[in-house]
Design a protein around this ligand. Structure first.
Ligand code: PMP
Length: 448
């Protein structure tokens, strides 16, 4: 793991130095997926020499694989400050699967409590699953009375908790927005939720690899009940989604899958579930290489130090925001709130459709960004409301209902942001030229 310096210049990440169209590529799409960490990939290759299924302690490979899973489980818990009283569950390919598993489990567990508070800043994956199980989802407004973005307001949450206490099951909130990068006060929200007998579900997809997280707090009222994140957003593509929860709560959930490995005994007539949460939740064979790669990657991040990573990325984010705001004709969204942000920043060039801007950045400048509504339609549409009034031709509206997002990772540096800024300045100056290079298809997409 002695790659601290190299990691910061990007040579330890697959494709960080990839070639774009005759140019070195600039990767500013880490909020969608971070690039793969090479040492963890290599360690996984090395582990595969010993790989076999778990669930046996007879032959060496089974012992090694079982040991690896036990180590990885403990190591992942420890990375998130959850060594005591928590268990991790590996589920699907990203954060969406465990969020769905949890929404179903909690809705079944407390059938008499049908209200869930969900912030308006959520990715659809931390909103729709809660709507899908007969719950009444109440959205926590993130705008003030003047329509200005305000972010998470604890007073609003407390008021909603008071109003809905009898029915309140849990509060679902993102740890950091995938649209604006704003970080939520999750420990304060946990305290409010617990005061009103509710649980807290934190979507950690965006924050997990970018800031220190301590799920177990000294004051247990401030501890997080459930936390979900994705391996592919923590430099470990191919690894599973993860749900970390208080063991005592997870043990009360009905298993989602039934099969091998999750039972204590089975007869022709009945069966008894394993008392171990980890076993009960993992019917069948695990994604063992993916789990190993994830724990190895997190170990690497731990060696660098999450406070160091957070500090470096905060500075870079501020540089990105300041650089964008210096350009004419650029609108940076949800910028009125000065709370801490991770490096996901959304913007538009006035009068240029978001899809076209993303295409121009890719096709002419080899800069990879994301565009559209980032699976967070309520938040994005709300940000765009003022501007959409300015568009006179209604046919043009769909072209402007989205944004471009630049997002950073461990391999990102000031040079990447300067490259983006130079490209944007050129595009702004020569907007008409670039627009003329593209044609619109019938379904409103652009082709070169
Ligand atoms: N929540 C947030 C905040 C996200 O950014 C994403 C992915 N964009 C998800 C949930 C869904 O995660 P996954 O794609 O790993 O299922």
């Amino acid at each position: 793991f002695n790659c601290f310096k190299k990691a910061f210049i990007g040579t330890d990440f697959m494709c960080a130095n990839a070639q774009g169209k005759n140019l070195p590529r600039t990767y500013l799409d880490s909020a969608a997926s971070t690039l793969a960490l090479l040492p963890a990939q290599q360690a996984t290759q090395a582990f595969l020499k010993y790989y076999s299924n778990t669930h046996s302690s007879v032959h060496l490979s089974a012992k090694v694989s079982s040991g690896v899973v036990t180590w990885a489980h403990q190591s992942i818990l420890s990375f998130f400050g959850a060594e005591q009283g928590y268990s991790a569950i590996f589920h699907g390919n990203g954060a969406t699967s465990p969020l769905n598993r949890l929404a179903k489990g909690l809705s079944e567990l407390r059938r008499d409590k049908k209200t869930v508070l969900v912030s308006l800043m959520e990715h659809h994956s931390n909103d729709l699953p809660h709507r899908a199980h007969g719950n009444k989802v109440i959205h926590i407004n993130i705008y003030d009375s003047d329509g200005e973005f305000q972010g998470i307001d604890l007073k609003k949450i407390e008021l909603l908790c008071q109003q809905h206490q009898q029915q309140l099951n849990y509060i679902a909130v993102t740890a950091a927005s995938n649209v604006s990068g704003h970080i939520s006060p999750i420990y304060d929200i946990a305290e409010i939720a617990h005061k009103y007998g509710a649980y807290i579900v934190v979507d950690g997809a965006q924050l997990a690899a970018h800031a220190p997280i301590e799920l177990a707090q000294e004051n247990p009222q401030r501890s997080i009940d459930f936390f979900v994140f994705s391996g592919h957003k923590t430099y470990a593509p191919g690894s599973p989604g993860v749900l970390i929860g208080k063991t005592q709560l997870l043990s009360q959930l009905k298993p989602e899958f039934y099969g091998g490995g999750m039972v204590a005994q089975v007869s022709k007539f009945d069966f008894t579930l394993s008392e171990q949460v980890f076993d009960k939740e993992h019917a069948g064979t695990l994604n063992i290489p993916g789990i190993f790669m994830l724990a190895t990657t997190l170990e690497f991040l731990r060696q660098i130090g999450m406070p160091v990573i957070y500090q470096k990325e905060c500075m870079l984010t501020q540089y990105l925001i300041n650089t964008l705001k210096q350009l004419d004709d650029i609108k940076v969204y949800a910028d009125s709130v000065k709370t801490q942000r991770i490096g996901a920043v959304s913007f538009n060039i006035r009068g240029l459709p978001h899809e076209l801007l993303a295409l121009i950045l890719n096709d002419y400048f080899a800069i990879a960004v994301r565009n559209d509504c980032f699976c967070a339609h309520p938040f994005v549409r709300e940000c765009l409301v003022d501007e959409l009034w300015d568009i006179e031709d209604e046919d043009q509206l769909p072209l402007y209902q989205g944004m471009v997002r630049a997002s950073i990772g461990l391999y990102s540096n000031k040079g990447d942001i300067d490259t983006l800024s130079e490209a944007l300045s050129t595009i702004i100056k020569q907007k008409a030229y670039y627009m003329a290079q593209y044609k619109r298809t019938k379904d409103n997409h652009f082709v070169h």
